[in-house]
Ligand binder design. Structure first.
Ligand code: HEM
Length: 408
Protein backbone atom coordinates (compact mmCIF):
# COMPACT_ATOMS: atom_id res chain seq x y z
CA UNK A 1 0.00 0.00 0.00
CA UNK A 2 1.21 3.55 -0.69
CA UNK A 3 2.41 5.77 2.11
CA UNK A 4 -0.41 8.23 1.33
CA UNK A 5 -2.33 9.68 4.30
CA UNK A 6 -5.35 7.53 5.21
CA UNK A 7 -8.84 9.06 4.96
CA UNK A 8 -11.94 7.12 6.08
CA UNK A 9 -15.08 7.49 3.99
CA UNK A 10 -18.67 6.54 4.82
CA UNK A 11 -19.64 4.69 1.59
CA UNK A 12 -23.39 5.47 1.96
CA UNK A 13 -22.77 9.18 2.57
CA UNK A 14 -20.28 9.27 -0.31
CA UNK A 15 -22.84 7.63 -2.61
CA UNK A 16 -25.44 10.23 -1.62
CA UNK A 17 -23.08 13.19 -2.22
CA UNK A 18 -19.31 12.73 -2.75
CA UNK A 19 -18.54 16.42 -3.34
CA UNK A 20 -18.03 17.76 0.22
CA UNK A 21 -15.62 14.89 1.00
CA UNK A 22 -13.79 15.35 -2.32
CA UNK A 23 -13.39 19.09 -1.64
CA UNK A 24 -11.82 18.30 1.76
CA UNK A 25 -9.51 15.76 0.15
CA UNK A 26 -8.42 18.22 -2.56
CA UNK A 27 -7.64 20.85 0.10
CA UNK A 28 -5.99 18.70 2.80
CA UNK A 29 -4.90 15.31 1.40
CA UNK A 30 -5.05 15.50 -2.47
CA UNK A 31 -3.59 12.00 -2.69
CA UNK A 32 -5.05 9.79 0.04
CA UNK A 33 -5.68 6.12 0.75
CA UNK A 34 -9.31 5.14 1.46
CA UNK A 35 -9.49 1.77 3.26
CA UNK A 36 -13.22 1.39 2.54
CA UNK A 37 -12.40 1.22 -1.21
CA UNK A 38 -8.98 -0.42 -0.89
CA UNK A 39 -7.61 2.30 -3.16
CA UNK A 40 -5.49 5.45 -3.24
CA UNK A 41 -7.40 8.43 -4.66
CA UNK A 42 -6.04 11.30 -6.79
CA UNK A 43 -8.30 14.35 -6.47
CA UNK A 44 -6.49 17.31 -8.08
CA UNK A 45 -7.02 18.00 -11.79
CA UNK A 46 -3.37 18.49 -12.77
CA UNK A 47 -2.23 15.38 -10.86
CA UNK A 48 -4.80 13.24 -12.69
CA UNK A 49 -4.01 14.87 -16.04
CA UNK A 50 -0.30 14.05 -15.58
CA UNK A 51 -0.70 10.51 -14.19
CA UNK A 52 -3.32 9.38 -16.73
CA UNK A 53 -0.71 9.89 -19.45
CA UNK A 54 1.94 7.92 -17.52
CA UNK A 55 0.63 4.50 -18.59
CA UNK A 56 3.95 2.82 -17.77
CA UNK A 57 3.08 3.35 -14.09
CA UNK A 58 -0.69 4.03 -13.98
CA UNK A 59 -1.75 1.02 -16.01
CA UNK A 60 -5.20 0.24 -17.40
CA UNK A 61 -4.16 -3.39 -17.69
CA UNK A 62 -5.84 -4.89 -14.61
CA UNK A 63 -5.94 -8.68 -15.04
CA UNK A 64 -7.75 -9.20 -11.72
CA UNK A 65 -9.92 -6.11 -12.06
CA UNK A 66 -13.73 -6.42 -11.83
CA UNK A 67 -14.24 -5.29 -15.44
CA UNK A 68 -11.89 -7.95 -16.86
CA UNK A 69 -13.29 -10.69 -14.63
CA UNK A 70 -16.97 -9.94 -15.27
CA UNK A 71 -17.06 -8.36 -18.74
CA UNK A 72 -13.95 -9.74 -20.47
CA UNK A 73 -10.80 -7.90 -21.51
CA UNK A 74 -11.63 -4.85 -23.62
CA UNK A 75 -9.60 -2.01 -25.09
CA UNK A 76 -10.16 0.23 -22.06
CA UNK A 77 -8.33 -2.36 -19.94
CA UNK A 78 -5.33 -2.69 -22.29
CA UNK A 79 -2.21 -0.55 -22.68
CA UNK A 80 0.28 0.21 -25.44
CA UNK A 81 0.12 -1.57 -28.82
CA UNK A 82 -2.71 -3.88 -27.80
CA UNK A 83 -4.83 -0.88 -26.89
CA UNK A 84 -3.82 1.09 -30.00
CA UNK A 85 -4.63 -1.84 -32.33
CA UNK A 86 -8.20 -2.15 -31.04
CA UNK A 87 -8.84 1.61 -30.77
CA UNK A 88 -7.53 2.06 -34.32
CA UNK A 89 -10.34 -0.23 -35.57
CA UNK A 90 -13.07 0.96 -33.20
CA UNK A 91 -12.70 4.78 -33.19
CA UNK A 92 -13.22 5.59 -36.91
CA UNK A 93 -16.80 4.19 -36.72
CA UNK A 94 -17.76 6.96 -34.22
CA UNK A 95 -15.18 9.65 -34.98
CA UNK A 96 -16.21 13.35 -35.23
CA UNK A 97 -16.20 13.04 -39.03
CA UNK A 98 -18.45 9.92 -38.85
CA UNK A 99 -20.77 11.69 -36.42
CA UNK A 100 -21.18 14.59 -38.87
CA UNK A 101 -21.51 12.31 -41.92
CA UNK A 102 -23.83 9.68 -40.47
CA UNK A 103 -24.77 9.51 -36.77
CA UNK A 104 -26.04 13.12 -36.40
CA UNK A 105 -28.95 12.45 -38.80
CA UNK A 106 -29.67 9.11 -37.08
CA UNK A 107 -29.80 10.84 -33.67
CA UNK A 108 -32.19 13.48 -35.02
CA UNK A 109 -34.47 10.77 -36.41
CA UNK A 110 -34.60 8.61 -33.29
CA UNK A 111 -34.96 11.58 -30.92
CA UNK A 112 -37.90 12.83 -32.98
CA UNK A 113 -39.53 9.39 -32.74
CA UNK A 114 -39.05 9.27 -28.97
CA UNK A 115 -40.59 12.76 -28.62
CA UNK A 116 -43.53 11.83 -30.88
CA UNK A 117 -44.29 8.94 -28.54
CA UNK A 118 -43.69 10.90 -25.32
CA UNK A 119 -45.34 14.27 -25.97
CA UNK A 120 -49.03 13.22 -25.73
CA UNK A 121 -48.51 11.99 -22.14
CA UNK A 122 -48.14 15.53 -20.80
CA UNK A 123 -46.20 14.37 -17.76
CA UNK A 124 -43.86 11.60 -16.66
CA UNK A 125 -40.39 10.56 -15.49
CA UNK A 126 -37.92 12.07 -17.95
CA UNK A 127 -35.19 9.59 -17.02
CA UNK A 128 -37.25 6.56 -18.12
CA UNK A 129 -39.45 8.27 -20.74
CA UNK A 130 -36.89 10.36 -22.63
CA UNK A 131 -33.24 10.09 -21.50
CA UNK A 132 -33.13 6.27 -21.33
CA UNK A 133 -35.00 5.94 -24.62
CA UNK A 134 -32.84 8.42 -26.58
CA UNK A 135 -29.59 7.02 -25.21
CA UNK A 136 -30.77 3.42 -25.70
CA UNK A 137 -31.99 3.90 -29.27
CA UNK A 138 -28.69 5.61 -30.13
CA UNK A 139 -26.79 2.74 -28.52
CA UNK A 140 -28.75 0.19 -30.61
CA UNK A 141 -27.80 1.79 -33.93
CA UNK A 142 -24.18 2.45 -32.94
CA UNK A 143 -23.51 -1.05 -31.59
CA UNK A 144 -25.59 -2.64 -34.38
CA UNK A 145 -27.94 -4.48 -31.98
CA UNK A 146 -30.99 -2.94 -33.64
CA UNK A 147 -33.19 -5.96 -32.88
CA UNK A 148 -33.20 -5.49 -29.10
CA UNK A 149 -35.34 -3.18 -26.94
CA UNK A 150 -33.73 -0.01 -25.58
CA UNK A 151 -34.89 -1.03 -22.11
CA UNK A 152 -32.73 -4.16 -22.42
CA UNK A 153 -29.73 -2.02 -23.33
CA UNK A 154 -30.36 0.12 -20.24
CA UNK A 155 -30.84 -2.91 -17.99
CA UNK A 156 -27.64 -4.55 -19.31
CA UNK A 157 -25.67 -1.33 -18.91
CA UNK A 158 -26.84 -0.81 -15.32
CA UNK A 159 -26.10 -4.45 -14.43
CA UNK A 160 -22.56 -4.18 -15.82
CA UNK A 161 -21.62 -0.86 -14.21
CA UNK A 162 -23.06 -2.04 -10.89
CA UNK A 163 -20.97 -5.19 -11.35
CA UNK A 164 -17.69 -3.39 -12.08
CA UNK A 165 -18.23 -0.94 -9.18
CA UNK A 166 -19.18 -3.76 -6.79
CA UNK A 167 -16.09 -3.30 -4.61
CA UNK A 168 -17.93 -4.71 -1.58
CA UNK A 169 -18.63 -7.95 -3.53
CA UNK A 170 -22.44 -8.34 -3.27
CA UNK A 171 -23.29 -11.76 -4.93
CA UNK A 172 -26.63 -10.71 -6.50
CA UNK A 173 -25.00 -7.68 -8.09
CA UNK A 174 -22.38 -9.98 -9.62
CA UNK A 175 -25.02 -12.46 -10.79
CA UNK A 176 -26.99 -9.74 -12.58
CA UNK A 177 -23.83 -8.61 -14.37
CA UNK A 178 -22.96 -12.15 -15.49
CA UNK A 179 -26.52 -12.65 -16.79
CA UNK A 180 -26.40 -9.37 -18.74
CA UNK A 181 -23.11 -10.41 -20.40
CA UNK A 182 -24.69 -13.68 -21.55
CA UNK A 183 -27.76 -11.89 -22.97
CA UNK A 184 -25.54 -9.44 -24.90
CA UNK A 185 -23.52 -12.29 -26.37
CA UNK A 186 -26.74 -13.92 -27.57
CA UNK A 187 -27.87 -10.63 -29.15
CA UNK A 188 -24.49 -10.22 -30.90
CA UNK A 189 -24.67 -13.76 -32.35
CA UNK A 190 -28.24 -13.18 -33.53
CA UNK A 191 -27.37 -9.85 -35.19
CA UNK A 192 -24.23 -11.20 -36.89
CA UNK A 193 -26.33 -14.03 -38.28
CA UNK A 194 -28.89 -11.54 -39.64
CA UNK A 195 -26.20 -9.33 -41.23
CA UNK A 196 -24.36 -12.30 -42.75
CA UNK A 197 -27.55 -13.90 -44.11
CA UNK A 198 -28.74 -10.61 -45.63
CA UNK A 199 -25.27 -9.81 -47.05
CA UNK A 200 -25.31 -6.37 -45.35
CA UNK A 201 -22.31 -6.93 -43.07
CA UNK A 202 -19.80 -5.13 -45.33
CA UNK A 203 -21.90 -1.95 -45.59
CA UNK A 204 -23.32 -1.85 -42.06
CA UNK A 205 -22.18 1.39 -40.27
CA UNK A 206 -22.16 -0.11 -36.76
CA UNK A 207 -19.28 -0.73 -34.37
CA UNK A 208 -20.06 -4.45 -34.51
CA UNK A 209 -19.63 -4.56 -38.27
CA UNK A 210 -16.55 -2.31 -38.21
CA UNK A 211 -14.73 -4.61 -35.77
CA UNK A 212 -15.82 -7.87 -37.45
CA UNK A 213 -14.96 -6.56 -40.93
CA UNK A 214 -11.51 -5.56 -39.67
CA UNK A 215 -10.93 -9.16 -38.58
CA UNK A 216 -10.92 -8.52 -34.83
CA UNK A 217 -11.32 -11.84 -32.94
CA UNK A 218 -14.98 -12.32 -31.90
CA UNK A 219 -14.00 -12.54 -28.23
CA UNK A 220 -12.54 -9.02 -28.44
CA UNK A 221 -15.49 -7.79 -30.50
CA UNK A 222 -17.86 -9.02 -27.78
CA UNK A 223 -15.80 -7.43 -25.01
CA UNK A 224 -15.73 -4.06 -26.81
CA UNK A 225 -19.47 -4.14 -27.53
CA UNK A 226 -20.08 -4.83 -23.83
CA UNK A 227 -17.72 -1.96 -22.98
CA UNK A 228 -19.67 0.33 -25.34
CA UNK A 229 -23.00 -0.54 -23.70
CA UNK A 230 -21.58 -0.22 -20.17
CA UNK A 231 -19.77 3.05 -20.92
CA UNK A 232 -22.09 4.60 -23.51
CA UNK A 233 -25.68 4.11 -22.29
CA UNK A 234 -25.92 5.45 -18.73
CA UNK A 235 -23.61 8.39 -19.21
CA UNK A 236 -25.59 10.12 -22.00
CA UNK A 237 -28.80 9.14 -20.17
CA UNK A 238 -27.63 10.78 -16.95
CA UNK A 239 -26.28 13.80 -18.84
CA UNK A 240 -29.61 14.35 -20.66
CA UNK A 241 -31.78 14.08 -17.54
CA UNK A 242 -29.25 15.80 -15.29
CA UNK A 243 -28.82 18.76 -17.63
CA UNK A 244 -32.61 19.19 -17.92
CA UNK A 245 -32.85 19.21 -14.11
CA UNK A 246 -29.97 21.69 -13.83
CA UNK A 247 -31.61 24.06 -16.35
CA UNK A 248 -35.08 23.79 -14.80
CA UNK A 249 -33.67 24.51 -11.32
CA UNK A 250 -31.52 27.41 -12.66
CA UNK A 251 -34.03 29.38 -14.79
CA UNK A 252 -31.57 32.23 -15.33
CA UNK A 253 -29.15 29.74 -16.92
CA UNK A 254 -31.93 28.27 -19.07
CA UNK A 255 -32.86 31.78 -20.22
CA UNK A 256 -29.26 32.38 -21.36
CA UNK A 257 -29.38 29.24 -23.50
CA UNK A 258 -32.85 29.96 -24.87
CA UNK A 259 -31.95 33.54 -25.86
CA UNK A 260 -28.63 32.53 -27.40
CA UNK A 261 -26.17 33.96 -24.87
CA UNK A 262 -25.00 30.36 -24.43
CA UNK A 263 -25.47 27.12 -26.40
CA UNK A 264 -27.05 23.79 -25.50
CA UNK A 265 -23.61 22.25 -26.02
CA UNK A 266 -22.19 24.62 -23.36
CA UNK A 267 -25.03 23.57 -21.04
CA UNK A 268 -24.09 19.92 -21.64
CA UNK A 269 -20.37 20.48 -21.06
CA UNK A 270 -21.00 22.51 -17.89
CA UNK A 271 -23.46 19.97 -16.51
CA UNK A 272 -20.92 17.16 -17.04
CA UNK A 273 -18.23 19.24 -15.31
CA UNK A 274 -20.56 20.06 -12.40
CA UNK A 275 -21.95 16.53 -11.92
CA UNK A 276 -19.58 14.10 -13.70
CA UNK A 277 -21.50 11.12 -15.17
CA UNK A 278 -18.25 9.11 -14.77
CA UNK A 279 -16.68 10.22 -11.51
CA UNK A 280 -13.81 7.75 -11.34
CA UNK A 281 -11.60 5.45 -13.38
CA UNK A 282 -9.29 2.84 -11.81
CA UNK A 283 -5.64 2.13 -12.55
CA UNK A 284 -3.15 -0.52 -11.38
CA UNK A 285 0.35 0.56 -10.32
CA UNK A 286 2.69 -1.33 -12.65
CA UNK A 287 5.98 -0.35 -10.94
CA UNK A 288 7.00 1.47 -7.74
CA UNK A 289 6.66 5.21 -8.26
CA UNK A 290 6.80 8.42 -6.25
CA UNK A 291 4.48 11.28 -7.16
CA UNK A 292 3.21 14.26 -5.18
CA UNK A 293 5.22 13.17 -2.15
CA UNK A 294 3.56 9.72 -2.13
CA UNK A 295 5.28 6.43 -2.96
CA UNK A 296 3.00 3.96 -4.74
CA UNK A 297 3.60 0.20 -4.45
CA UNK A 298 3.36 -2.20 -7.42
CA UNK A 299 -0.11 -3.81 -7.95
CA UNK A 300 -1.75 -1.13 -5.84
CA UNK A 301 -5.23 0.12 -6.90
CA UNK A 302 -5.52 3.84 -7.72
CA UNK A 303 -8.72 5.82 -8.43
CA UNK A 304 -8.51 8.83 -10.77
CA UNK A 305 -11.33 11.00 -9.39
CA UNK A 306 -12.60 12.92 -12.44
CA UNK A 307 -15.50 14.30 -10.38
CA UNK A 308 -13.02 15.92 -7.96
CA UNK A 309 -10.86 17.24 -10.82
CA UNK A 310 -13.91 18.88 -12.39
CA UNK A 311 -14.45 20.98 -9.26
CA UNK A 312 -10.79 21.85 -8.69
CA UNK A 313 -10.57 25.44 -7.42
CA UNK A 314 -7.23 25.79 -9.22
CA UNK A 315 -9.10 25.66 -12.55
CA UNK A 316 -12.71 26.61 -11.82
CA UNK A 317 -13.92 29.70 -9.93
CA UNK A 318 -16.79 28.84 -7.55
CA UNK A 319 -16.67 25.24 -8.79
CA UNK A 320 -19.90 24.25 -6.99
CA UNK A 321 -21.90 26.75 -9.06
CA UNK A 322 -23.66 25.70 -12.31
CA UNK A 323 -22.68 28.32 -14.92
CA UNK A 324 -23.37 27.67 -18.62
CA UNK A 325 -21.04 30.50 -19.69
CA UNK A 326 -18.08 28.94 -17.90
CA UNK A 327 -14.95 27.86 -19.84
CA UNK A 328 -14.98 24.08 -19.32
CA UNK A 329 -11.84 23.36 -21.35
CA UNK A 330 -9.81 22.07 -18.34
CA UNK A 331 -12.54 19.56 -17.38
CA UNK A 332 -11.75 15.83 -17.38
CA UNK A 333 -15.33 14.76 -18.11
CA UNK A 334 -14.08 12.43 -20.87
CA UNK A 335 -10.75 11.61 -19.22
CA UNK A 336 -7.39 12.44 -20.81
CA UNK A 337 -4.47 10.57 -22.35
CA UNK A 338 -4.59 7.43 -24.49
CA UNK A 339 -7.93 6.25 -23.03
CA UNK A 340 -9.76 9.54 -23.56
CA UNK A 341 -13.43 8.74 -24.26
CA UNK A 342 -13.94 7.32 -27.78
CA UNK A 343 -17.59 8.41 -27.57
CA UNK A 344 -17.01 12.10 -26.76
CA UNK A 345 -18.03 13.34 -30.23
CA UNK A 346 -21.08 11.08 -30.21
CA UNK A 347 -22.14 12.37 -26.76
CA UNK A 348 -21.62 16.04 -27.60
CA UNK A 349 -23.82 15.66 -30.65
CA UNK A 350 -26.45 13.33 -29.17
CA UNK A 351 -26.96 15.32 -25.95
CA UNK A 352 -25.66 18.84 -26.61
CA UNK A 353 -26.80 19.27 -30.22
CA UNK A 354 -29.88 17.01 -30.49
CA UNK A 355 -31.61 15.72 -27.30
CA UNK A 356 -31.56 18.94 -25.24
CA UNK A 357 -32.48 21.44 -27.99
CA UNK A 358 -35.17 19.16 -29.50
CA UNK A 359 -36.79 18.50 -26.12
CA UNK A 360 -36.95 22.20 -25.24
CA UNK A 361 -38.09 23.12 -28.78
CA UNK A 362 -40.92 20.57 -28.48
CA UNK A 363 -42.15 21.22 -24.88
CA UNK A 364 -39.73 23.81 -23.44
CA UNK A 365 -42.30 26.55 -22.80
CA UNK A 366 -44.39 24.14 -20.68
CA UNK A 367 -41.65 21.93 -19.21
CA UNK A 368 -41.45 22.13 -15.41
CA UNK A 369 -40.54 19.92 -12.47
CA UNK A 370 -43.55 18.03 -11.15
CA UNK A 371 -43.70 19.14 -7.53
CA UNK A 372 -47.12 17.60 -6.90
CA UNK A 373 -47.70 15.40 -3.84
CA UNK A 374 -47.49 12.24 -5.91
CA UNK A 375 -44.15 13.19 -7.46
CA UNK A 376 -40.92 11.82 -5.94
CA UNK A 377 -38.36 14.50 -5.03
CA UNK A 378 -35.38 14.44 -7.44
CA UNK A 379 -32.50 12.45 -5.96
CA UNK A 380 -29.00 11.97 -7.36
CA UNK A 381 -26.88 8.96 -6.47
CA UNK A 382 -23.43 7.43 -7.05
CA UNK A 383 -19.76 8.44 -7.03
CA UNK A 384 -18.11 6.18 -9.65
CA UNK A 385 -21.13 6.82 -11.90
CA UNK A 386 -23.56 9.62 -10.92
CA UNK A 387 -26.92 10.87 -12.15
CA UNK A 388 -30.56 11.54 -11.24
CA UNK A 389 -32.49 8.44 -10.10
CA UNK A 390 -35.72 9.87 -11.51
CA UNK A 391 -36.95 13.21 -12.92
CA UNK A 392 -40.71 13.76 -12.62
CA UNK A 393 -41.75 16.60 -14.94
CA UNK A 394 -44.90 18.00 -16.54
CA UNK A 395 -45.39 19.68 -19.93
CA UNK A 396 -49.17 19.61 -20.10
CA UNK A 397 -51.10 22.85 -20.34
CA UNK A 398 -53.00 22.12 -17.13
CA UNK A 399 -52.36 23.93 -13.86
CA UNK A 400 -49.47 22.65 -11.73
CA UNK A 401 -50.78 20.34 -8.97
CA UNK A 402 -48.52 22.29 -6.61
CA UNK A 403 -50.86 25.26 -7.17
CA UNK A 404 -53.52 23.36 -5.14
CA UNK A 405 -57.17 22.67 -6.08
CA UNK A 406 -58.42 24.80 -8.99
CA UNK A 407 -61.62 26.84 -8.70
CA UNK A 408 -64.40 24.90 -10.33
C1 HEM B 1 -21.71 11.83 -21.34
C2 HEM B 1 -21.28 10.73 -21.88
C3 HEM B 1 -19.96 10.06 -21.60
C4 HEM B 1 -19.01 10.30 -20.64
C5 HEM B 1 -19.05 11.37 -19.54
C6 HEM B 1 -17.92 9.37 -20.86
C7 HEM B 1 -16.75 9.35 -20.09
C8 HEM B 1 -15.67 8.51 -20.37
C9 HEM B 1 -14.41 8.55 -19.62
C10 HEM B 1 -14.13 9.43 -18.41
C11 HEM B 1 -13.58 7.63 -20.20
C12 HEM B 1 -12.11 7.37 -19.83
C13 HEM B 1 -11.94 6.31 -18.90
C14 HEM B 1 -10.47 6.13 -18.53
O1 HEM B 1 -9.64 6.99 -18.69
O2 HEM B 1 -10.23 5.05 -18.04
C15 HEM B 1 -14.31 7.00 -21.28
C16 HEM B 1 -13.78 6.00 -22.10
C17 HEM B 1 -14.51 5.39 -23.12
N1 HEM B 1 -15.77 5.73 -23.57
FE1 HEM B 1 -16.95 7.20 -22.82
N2 HEM B 1 -18.21 8.56 -21.94
C18 HEM B 1 -19.45 8.94 -22.43
C19 HEM B 1 -20.11 8.40 -23.51
C20 HEM B 1 -19.63 7.37 -24.31
C21 HEM B 1 -20.32 6.81 -25.45
C22 HEM B 1 -21.70 7.27 -25.96
C23 HEM B 1 -19.53 5.81 -25.96
C24 HEM B 1 -19.74 4.90 -27.16
C25 HEM B 1 -20.55 5.08 -28.13
C26 HEM B 1 -18.33 5.76 -25.13
C27 HEM B 1 -17.28 4.88 -25.34
C28 HEM B 1 -16.10 4.89 -24.61
C29 HEM B 1 -14.99 3.97 -24.86
C30 HEM B 1 -14.95 2.87 -25.91
C31 HEM B 1 -14.00 4.29 -23.93
C32 HEM B 1 -12.62 3.62 -23.78
C33 HEM B 1 -11.64 4.31 -24.70
C34 HEM B 1 -10.25 3.68 -24.67
O3 HEM B 1 -9.95 2.96 -23.72
O4 HEM B 1 -9.50 3.92 -25.61
N3 HEM B 1 -18.43 6.72 -24.14
N4 HEM B 1 -15.58 7.55 -21.37
Amino acid sequence: MSDAPVVDVDPAEFWDDPYPTLARMRAETPICHVPQFGATLLTRRDDIHTCEKNVAVFSSDQPGGLMNVLMGRNMMRADGDEHRRERFVYYPAISPRRVRAHWAAEFERLTGEVLDELEPAGAGDLVAGFATAVSGEAMKVMTGLVQVDHRDIDRWSQAMIDGVANYVGEPDVEARCVAAVAEIDAAIAERLDQLTTSGELDEDPSLLAAMVNAGMPLENVGANIRLTISGGQNEPRDAIAGAVWALLTHPEQLAMVQDGRATWLQAFEEYCRWISPIGMSPRRIATEHTFGGVTFEPEERVFLMFSAANRDEAHFDEPDRFDVTRDTTPSLTFGAGPHVCAGAAVSRNLVGQVALPRLFERVGDRLRLDTGDAAEPVRFGGWAFRGPLGLPVRWDDGPDPADGPQPK
